[in-house]
Write a protein that binds this ligand. Structure first.
Ligand code: C5P
Length: 283
């Protein structure tokens, strides 16, 4: 049996850092939404216990350091599975981009293994496994539009009809999430009104949503990589309703009300950055 799972990218409509926890992690309040830029995970069983991994991309580790690999190992260990698995990862989502690609691939792997080995894992069991792999993985199990709290393990789906065209611009360089989080000074960091953003989203109020969007990590990453500010300025000049960094960066996304406007923003970015994508929100 071969199982294929789609792994969509995400963007942060809002990201607020509430404070530092005693365990060194940060208390988060975020709103994420999936976009239709997808990786695919294709799994089939191997009888001899091995984990075989292949991918069209060589920009990421092909071993135990890969989150997909971690997901397989975790499930095998936790549920005493002796069979192995062959994984093919078709990568489209840029790596180290703030688009949650690795997390979404790991979540897709957990969903696929649940089917492949007929594990019948509950939502809570899947969330526990997901959280052991990474903070964004629990959200990626279902994707869509959601509020995320705690360290990333609290996920509340937000039903909304909001739709929008999205232009994603990924500069050449990547950013390490860990490095950006290390620079946080909770007393001075700029805060984002996530409650206001959530209310606007639930009311399908596009203008209200635009007014409350923000990312507390943006100033930190822009200080290290001022080019991100240039991308934002250029997108706004070209007619984007909003241009914001996603996650810890460096990808910037623009929201546009029509495809025509999205095309204009996309065209203005070509030649400035190599990796430019026009996608839709998957709320
Ligand atoms: O969980 P993940 O591997 O995605 O997190 C990467 C890094 O981001 C962590 O090592 C930590 O430094 C930081 N982080 C944090 N607080 C969170 C989530 C992540 O400080 N809630």
């Amino acid at each position: 049996m071969e199982i294929m799972e789609k792994a969509p990218a995400k963007i942060n409509l809002g990201l607020d850092i509430m404070g530092k926890r005693l365990d060194g992690y940060h208390e988060l309040s975020m709103i994420m939404v999936s976009v239709d830029l997808n990786d695919y995970v294709i799994l089939s069983e191997l009888p001899d216990g091995r984990i075989e991994f292949e991918s069209n991309s060589h920009r990421m580790p092909h071993n135990h350091k890969n989150d997909v690999y971690k997901a397989v190992r975790l499930v095998k260990e936790r549920y005493g599975i002796t069979a192995g698995v062959k994984i093919r990862l078709e990568k489209t989502i840029p790596i180290c981009a703030g688009l949650g690609g690795g997390s979404s691939d790991a979540a897709a792997t957990l969903r696929a293994l649940n089917q492949l080995w007929d594990l019948r894992l509950s939502k809570e069991e899947l969330i526990d496994l997901a959280f052991e792999i990474g903070s964004d993985v629990p959200y990626c199990l279902e994707g869509g539009c959601a509020w995320i709290g705690g360290k990333g393990e609290v996920v509340e789906l937000l039903p909304t009809k909001l739709s929008s065209w999205v232009v994603l611009v990924k500069p050449k360089f990547g950013v390490s999430t860990r490095t950006i989080f290390k620079e946080i000074e909770p007393e001075t960091i700029s805060r984002v009104d996530i409650d206001g953003l959530k209310a606007a989203i639930l009311a399908d109020d596009y203008e209200g949503m635009l007014a409350s969007m923000g990312n507390s990590l943006e100033d930190i990453t822009i200080k290290k990589r001022p080019f991100i500010q240039k991308i934002k300025d250029k997108m706004l000049e070209a007619g984007a309703d909003v241009a914001l960094m996603t996650g810890s960066g460096p990808t910037v996304f623009a929201l546009c009300p029509t495809e025509k406007r999205a095309n204009r923003v996309m065209n203005s970015m070509k030649g400035f950055c190599q990796e430019v994508y026009k996608v839709r929100l998957l709320s």
